[in-house]
Design a protein around this ligand. Structure first.
Ligand code: SF4
Length: 235
């Protein structure tokens, strides 16, 4: 399992839990506004952590932390993710998974085997703008097959085992009111939906994007609430 980073303590990554966050390397998307450039490109500056290092840390912090958030990159790209989670759970930790939803088979396995306690899935944009938002377009033609993402959306909507959220990083140049209406209709009835504003940083894959205004964020959330009452702005 390629673990390229660890945040020792976070109050933000796992709702209502003091957690640690593990960052897996690599991603199958190239969202131009992604702030994890080094992580997704597996930059040589990133030093992999051994599982021994990770687990000796988790053992030491057992009485301080209650959860582990596994994020990326895209964690479900790693076939040994279930094994890693089993070892984490054996220490008594709750596990939250962050995913872009492109591996519905892995998501189903994790749910069926009771390996995750919370899931946060990205909804990058309205279906017709998905390809451009995840960096999978060329010559004006969408190159992304959205069926896997669709399948993950349905998997989460139809299960009642664990709490989950959908979330969108909102970028001024990529999202409009019409997009949020399309997203809200797509994931209508979801347990929770979070809009989080893009934050610029030096690690952004393609510089030049901007955060939307607070008024735009509010109006987008208002558009979604008739479809997902538990729509919130995060951050
Ligand atoms: S934003 Fe998430 S899904 Fe997109 S490239 Fe970055 S890690 Fe991958």
């Amino acid at each position: 399992m390629l673990i390229l980073g660890l945040t020792k303590t976070t109050l933000l990554d796992y709702p209502e839990h003091v957690a640690t966050t593990l960052f897996t390397g690599g991603c199958n998307f190239r969202c131009p506004y992604c702030h994890n450039r080094a992580l997704i490109l597996q930059d040589s500056t990133m030093q992999p952590l051994s599982e021994d290092e990770v687990f000796s840390f988790l053992l030491r912090r057992q009485h301080v932390l209650s959860g582990v958030c596994i994020t990326g990159g895209e964690p479900t790209l790693h076939p040994d993710l279930p094994d890693l989670i089993q070892r984490i759970r054996a220490l008594g930790y709750l596990v939250k998974l962050d995913t872009n939803g492109t591996n519905p088979q892995m998501l189903r396995t994790l749910l069926q085997d009771g390996l995750i306690d919370y899931c946060a899935m990205d909804i990058k944009n309205a279906p017709e703008k998905y390809a451009m938002t995840v960096g999978s377009h060329g010559n004006g033609e969408a190159l992304l097959d959205l069926s896997a993402v669709e399948e993950s959306v349905q998997t989460l909507l139809c299960q009642h085992k664990i709490p989950y959220e959908f979330r969108t990083t909102v970028v001024e140049e990529l999202h409009s009111a019409a997009d949020f209406l399309a997203i809200a209709r797509w994931i209508a009835g979801a347990h929770a939906y979070y809009l989080q504003s893009f934050v610029d940083s030096t690690g952004v894959l393609t510089p030049g994007f901007h955060a939307p205004s607070a008024e735009s964020m509010q109006s987008y959330a208002d558009l979604c609430r008739p479809y997902i009452p538990n729509t919130n702005i995060r951050g």
